[in-house]
Design a protein around this ligand. Structure first.
Ligand code: C2E
Ligand code: MG
Ligand code: MG
Length: 560
């Protein structure tokens, strides 16, 4: 009786306005007899409700209750109106202002008038999906708390830093030692971070294995953040030692100096700190990286380029083009074939050099469909050129990704068959670099090429890790000398001698040698004196389109 007399909608609204800033939840009262609804004002920011007080609840609820859940709500309310129950406690979805579903728990009690008819439903709504604000595994606060902290200060010019710490290879820790052990590492890492913090520094657990330390005090943001990172690392190292090296792990950190960031809204800060941590990990882990705008621009450019490459792959390789560069048999003074070189351009980004886009194709696996496309272009071109030059052969570069992650041999054999070519019309060019670790696979692939009569060239010889054992193991038909080596030989007598010996050695084990990157007649003369087998360079022609290649090189060399 007493309870009833005290309730009034206006009084309730006045109270919710006072309580709102100190609450995450939304209080509500539903006057069942007058069909009036009143809710905490902050609900209006989040949900598309008509106001903090509104009538026609049944009609209006379709504006903010997730369509699939309207019936659940109506069924429950019908029972309340029919006086069949006096407690409302359901979990269902509302929609936020963008129309996304938001899970809520709505709980309330029904009060009755003197005749015993339901009068008010009074209660509280909380968001069950969002509000996990502290983390019991690590003892740190959760991201939602960080978000509130930063959003409160939005618009202020912040100083200080965000230090985003990630445990390296956390997935492996969980896999190798189990989830409980992983939780222990998380807890211990959180303790190490917590113990190193000073006044005013706060830390939060972000995703499974990442923490953020927020420090908005003035000072040299990045220097201090790095100092803190090193202290935390030392604390973790001594924990590992105390734990008798049972589990060894490291942490990386991305540092964001808040004075260097213009747009300081929450989403941007999270995005940039994530980028900084990823950079630290990409650069080898167990280290820190300090955010630089120029690096971030480069990262964005790479992302745009990847998008453009993926778009091209999904649109019949539009934007890619196969270019061809003549390879000349220097003894016979005759064109013997061409190397196929991939080109890529888009309207927005212009022409991109292969040294830039090929690593991205490899990283994304897109080299597999693109590699197949290049192979087909090359074999089609070879088929047509052989009508004029019957022993013409085409060289195609293969990436280690194609060899390791696709059945590229079947693709090659299928296309050779489709264009009715002799297997010896194709020379595969491989570089050693990516293949080092996966030697056995690499050797097997080369054996299979040879067994099928396909020629093999070892590309970029004289750079990187060239090892004469490769020559023995892989038994290629040709080795190709990279332009960087050629240039050194042209400019330095000792390098020249070295190259000359290499030519002799190559011939002594019955291999052919192709020298790349000869640009002028003078260079040609100097290099020809070494007696290499083939020359590929601007002196005989730059890489060009199929049509230009036929125009400039095939007509004049065609057997009549
Ligand atoms: P690579 O296979 O060693 O190709 C030879 C490179 O030397 C080509 O560069 C060619 O244009 C350049 N070159 C040839 N003669 C001269 C010369 O006289 N002067 C100068 N300055 N350069 C010369 P490009 O076309 O930029 O290709 C670079 C690299 O990209 C290639 O090196 C190859 O490793 C890779 N690549 C190109 N196309 C493909 C492809 O279809 N698949 C794969 N996996 N890699 C490719
Ligand atoms: Mg090559
Ligand atoms: Mg090369």
């Amino acid at each position: 009786m007493e309870k009833r007399e005290r309730i009034s909608l206006d009084h309730f609204q006045y109270l919710t306005e006072i309580l709102d800033p100190s609450m995450d939840d939304y209080l509500f009262i539903y006057d069942l007899q007058n069909d009036l609804y009143c809710i905490s004002p902050s609900a209006l920011d989040r949900f598309p409700i008509p106001g903090c007080q509104f009538s026609d609840v049944a009609g209006n609820c379709e504006k903010f209750v997730y369509p699939a859940d309207v019936k659940t709500l109506q069924d429950d309310l019908a029972q309340i109106f029919n006086n069949e129950k006096s407690v409302h406690d359901i979990e269902y979805r509302w929609m936020d202002r963008e129309g996304n579903p938001v899970w809520i728990n709505c709980r309330g009690e029904v009060t009755h008038d003197e005749q015993g008819k339901p009068q008010f439903l009074v209660g509280c709504i909380n968001e069950i999906g969002l509000k996990q604000r502290a983390d019991n595994t690590s003892g740190a606060m959760r991201e939602t708390t960080l978000q509130r902290e930063l959003e409160k200060r939005q618009g202020e010019r912040l100083s200080g830093y965000i230090l985003r710490i990630g445990i390296d290879n956390f997935k492996e820790i969980n896999e190798n030692w189990g989830i409980d052990y992983g939780d222990m590492i998380l807890r211990r890492t959180a303790e190490c971070i917590g113990e190193m913090l000073e006044n005013g520094q706060k830390f939060y657990r972000i995703v499974s294995d990442e923490f953020i330390v927020l420090n908005t005090a003035k000072g040299e943001g990045d220097v201090e953040a790095v100092k803190l990172y090193k202290k935390i690392r030392a604390a973790i190292d001594s924990f590992i030692a105390d734990n008798h090296y049972e589990a060894f792990y490291t942490i990386s950190a991305g540092v964001l100096d808040l004075t260097k960031v213009n747009k300081q809204n929450y989403a941007t800060l999270m995005k940039l700190s994530e980028f900084a941590l990823n950079e630290a990990k990409n650069r080898g882990k167990n280290q820190h990286y300090i955010y630089e705008l120029s690096d971030y621009r480069m990262f964005q450019y790479r992302r745009r380029l990847i998008e453009a490459l993926r778009h091209a792959v999904n649109n019949r390789c539009e934007g890619f083009e196969a270019y061809y560069q003549p390879i000349v048999d220097i003894g016979k003074q005759k064109l013997i074939g061409a190397e196929t070189l991939l080109r890529f351009q888009t309207e927005e980004l212009g022409r991109i050099p292969p040294t830039e886009f090929i690593p991205l194709l490899e990283e994304t696996g897109l080299i597999i469909p693109v590699g197949r496309w290049v192979m087909e272009q090359a074999l089609k071109a070879c088929h047509k050129i052989q009508e004029k030059i019957p022993d013409f052969r085409v060289s195609v570069n293969l990436s280690y990704i194609q060899v390791l992650k696709s059945d590229v041999l079947s693709v090659i054999l299928e296309l050779i068959g489709a264009y009715r070519l002799k297997p010896g019309s194709l020379m595969i060019e491989l570089t050693e670099s990516g293949f080092l670790e996966s030697n056995a696979r690499f050797i097997k692939f080369c054996d299979e090429l040879r067994a099928n009569g396909i020629l093999l060239a070892l590309d970029d010889f004289g750079t990187g890790y060239s090892n004469f054992h490769y020559l023995y193991n892989l038994n290629p038909d040709t080795i190709k000398i990279d332009r960087s080596f050629t240039l050194e030989a042209l400019n330095n007598p000792q390098e020249y001698n070295l190259l000359r010996h290499m030519v002799e050695m190559t011939h002594s084990i019955d291999l052919k040698l192709c020298i790349e990157g000869i640009e002028t007649d003078q260079e040609l003369e100097k290099i020809s004196a070494m007696d290499p087998d083939y020359i590929q360079g601007y002196v005989f022609g730059k890489p060009c389109s199929y049509e230009q290649f036929v125009e400039q090189h095939v007509r004049e060399n065609a057997a009549v």
